[in-house]
Design a protein around this ligand. Structure first.
Ligand SMILES: Cc1cc2nc3c(=O)[nH]c(=O)nc-3n(C[C@H](O)[C@H](O)[C@H](O)COP(=O)(O)OP(=O)(O)OC[C@H]3O[C@@H](n4cnc5c(N)ncnc54)[C@H](O)[C@@H]3O)c2cc1C
Length: 459
């Protein structure tokens, strides 16, 4: 609800614990110099303001964790989010195959945000970093002492000629990286009677870089279960030289594609789509009957408008602390930053653990001693009720072994097992009930070598 107040727009968030008056002073009016006459400003002036942009995986975890760490009398925490719905994105993988129902991957945003955090429904239009202000697209203005950018990345089919505008979008070209896309693809798979199905990655980095592989394995199993695998040619077109970014995992996953008679088209960088043919920069052509593409993943456009991003609108940060390289009061967490590890919910989680401790120290004038190591782990669905698990960081590629307990597991690294599949399914419960609320889990944020081994050549 927006109310006119002086020259600035003053707004009433839908839900918060501190008074509206605080936000009026703290936000638009205070920084438009239109405060005069509103209550007692002293309390607000002494409060420090943490503003978080985006209440997805990282933003929700950050505000919920820090609300318990930062005294309410000293810190106002606000999060800006346009969507009334929070989406469990890993669940998008299962929607096209009917393995999850749509309602299993959505929950209302507001109840996921801790009491004592101000949730502002709105869309960020611009960060004015030299004035410590954020402008929303409806004209509201928020000020901050510390800013966390957690607006993630989104698929951008508009960035590839012929993808969105060639007349085939959601006819024979689909994606599963959006909720709507995954649901539309479910219908397309149901209708599919056979032909060439191409799973395609436009360019790296993408969130959950194993998700297209998982989709391909699940598609193989799905068509087998429907008794029509012999009528479907499966092709995996990737800009990488192999199935994955790191050699040991790439060899393992590559041989799984071979076993399933899935053709890999490596080093394929799409330049355009001509009707129902992918065309690469080196003029290779891949015709398709059904294309399941992962469009270019880009950070939010406001990041570019604010002069805070690289060519993909990702915020350059120190890879150990997530502090923006260009600003000492701006951090970028989750997919929104440019750290050289997977864009994954697990990375968001582990890095937020390190960040929360660092932030408390940093804002108390102490050094940030926590060093995020790029720790990522992902279950990789392989079909028929099995999955692999990979666990790695900036320096160590995915290796075989057991996780999290050496020798005991129960999860098996780089190995297909039913227990990993059950772990992946259980993760959804963990996400809603443990990770998002910011509750501690008994897994160290840093990757451990315990339980891992370097495979011998014959393994
Ligand atoms: C198909 C698929 C499968 C996946 N599988 C896995 C998996 O198995 N394991 C795993 O660890 N990860 C997985 N991921 C990745 C994981 O979902 C993301 O890495 C994670 O959600 C990133 O969190 P984030 O907070 O950075 O971004 P997001 O969760 O995407 O949140 C960004 C938020 O910012 C908001 N926002 C955007 N623009 C603006 C704006 N201008 N103003 C205000 N707010 C804005 C959005 O509405 C959104 O709520 C998967 C992702 C996909 C798509």
């Amino acid at each position: 609800m927006v109310q006119p107040y002086g020259d600035a727009e003053v707004f009433r968030p839908t839900r918060w614990s501190r008074s509206e008056r605080d936000l009026v002073l703290y936000g638009a009016a205070r920084h438009a110099n239109t405060v005069g006459g509103i209550g007692d400003q002293r309390e607000v002036d002494t409060m420090r303001r943490l503003l978080v942009l985006g209440a997805g995986t990282a933003g929700t975890m950050v505000v919920n964790k820090l609300r318990h760490r930062l005294a309410r009398a000293d810190w106002q925490i606000t999060v800006v989010e346009p969507s009334e719905t929070h989406y469990y994105q890993p669940g998008y993988l299962f929607l096209p195959f009917g393995m999850y129902a749509p309602e299993q991957v959505v929950k209302p945003t507001a109840p996921l945000i801790a009491d004592g955090v101000d949730l502002v429904h709105g869309e960020v239009d611009r960060v004015v970093a030299d004035q410590n202000q954020v402008l929303l697209s409806d004209g509201r203005c928020l000020s901050y002492d510390y800013l966390v950018i957690a607006t993630g990345v989104t698929p951008r089919p508009d960035q590839t000629p012929g993808m969105l505008d060639g007349g085939q979008w959601r006819r024979s070209i689909f994606d599963f990286y959006t909720y709507d896309g995954a649901l539309a693809l479910a219908k397309a798979l149901d209708r599919f009677e056979g032909g060439r199905l191409v799973v395609h990655i436009t360019d790296m980095p993408i969130k959950c870089p194993v998700a297209p592989l998982e989709f391909t394995f699940l598609a193989d199993a799905y068509f087998r279960q429907r008794g029509m695998r012999d009528r479907v040619e499966l092709v995996y077109a990737t800009p990488l030289p192999g199935a994955f970014t790191k050699p040991i995992a790439s060899a393992r996953l590559g041989s799984m594609l071979d076993d399933r008679k899935i053709t890999v088209e490596p080093d394929f960088l799409v330049e355009r789509i001509d009707d129902t043919t992918l065309v690469s920069y080196d003029e290779r052509e891949i015709p398709f009957d059904l294309l399941v593409t992962v469009p270019l993943n880009m950070g939010a456009d406001y990041v570019a408008r604010s002069g805070l991003g690289n060519e993909l609108n990702l915020v350059p940060v120190d890879r150990h602390t997530m502090l923006a390289k260009a600003h000492d009061n701006i951090f970028a967490l989750g997919d929104a930053n440019d750290i050289p590890t997977s864009k994954a919910g697990s990375v968001a989680h582990f890095s937020v653990e390190v960040f929360a401790d660092n932030f408390v120290a940093y804002t108390a004038g102490k050094p940030m001693t926590g060093q995020f190591d790029g720790h990522a782990n992902c279950f990789v669905e392989s079909g028929d009720g099995k999955a692999l698990l990979i666990d790695f960081n900036y320096d160590t590629e995915p290796l075989p072994g057991r996780y999290p307990v050496p020798f005991a597991g129960p999860f098996r690294l780089l190995d297909e097992a039913a227990v990993n599949h059950w772990g992946k399914l259980a993760f959804r419960w963990m996400y809603w009930n443990v990770l998002l609320p910011g509750r501690p889990i008994p897994l160290p944020a840093h990757m451990s070598m315990a339980g891992k081994h370097i495979p011998k050549p014959e393994e």
